[in-house]
Design a protein around this ligand. Sequence first.
Ligand SMILES: [Zn+2]
Length: 389
Amino acid sequence: MRRSKSQVTRILVCILLTVLAIVPFAVTTRFSASAASDITLNSSVQISFPTSMTFKVSAQSDVNIVQLRLHYIVDRQNYANVTSEGWAQFDPATSVNAQWLWDMRKSSLPPGSQVEYWWTAEDAAGKSAETNHSTVSFDDNRYNWQSITTEPVTLLWYNGASSFADTLMTAAQQGLQRIENDTGSTPQGHARIYIYASTQDLQGAQLFPQQWEGGVTFQGFNIIAIGVSPSELAWGQRAVRHELTHWIMGQITFNDYGAGLPTWLEEGLATYGEGSLSPDYQAALNSAIKNHQLISIRSLSSPFSAIPEQAYISYGESNSIVTFLIQTYGKVKMVQLLNVFHQGSGYDEALKQVYGFDQDGLDALWRQSIGISTASTTQRELELAATAG
Ligand SMILES: [Zn+2]
């Protein structure tokens, strides 16, 4: 969901890459505790959002403690559970207090991420011990969050009356219903939507504020964060529906090949899920049609331009293309298309398999549907002409 300069899809990619980088030294070996252990262990966690998480442990034994290791698993869908390790640094002693610090400047987590963790210890006599497994939530504890839940969504907010949250929740449920009705897509699992009171607050939840505003969906984590002040309720309702659609599409199209949807389909569906096209996008689309500045569907399969005018046209056009597909060919075909993408198909192959035309064919049919001849000059052609001239 974008509100000004930037482009969320590109940010989503950045976030996914960051998240994947969390486990630089993943291990698969599981600790096996020795039968008789005299080691006593106690652990705790301290959260300093968004910069770090400090895992603390105290250990006592008759002989020196020589090794303390933290093991942790980040909860996210669609990835094999990977156990990572952190080794506490300390001088061997019979009583030890040690810690391992997760520095989020190296690899960050979205607010509300769940991390399962446990400690293992070894002493100089070769005895070992393991704490119980615990789960910690990397909560943004700078704010006093309230929450409401209507399955499959929990909405968390800290600014505004409960009616504000209720209105956003109603919008969320309407958005889910619309996407289910028109694309056959039902969500799996449970999403948590964090409503920050402003764009500034939202950006403050990130260690590296990105050049984007509005909302972001953390795929795989089932977490959405949006900046909405109570005075922007109408925009907030759109944003909630938009990001929930991204959440569902991320679940449906996940595949082992890592291929997603073309951007025009991803953002076209997300804006479709909003309920109606935002006036800004509609105006940009109308203007592009009038001035022969439409962008080819093939170009729109890549991340959208960062130039605001181009981005607005891209969103408006994508919405129009998806609406055309759903209204002309129906829900069943859209369901099939998403299923084909789920299997990791290429963009043109998927369209051909389901509709019998590729992206260029769709481009021509869609232009016809809005009363434009396929011979119209496209933006790309204009650019080429400009370069040549
Ligand atoms: Zn979007």
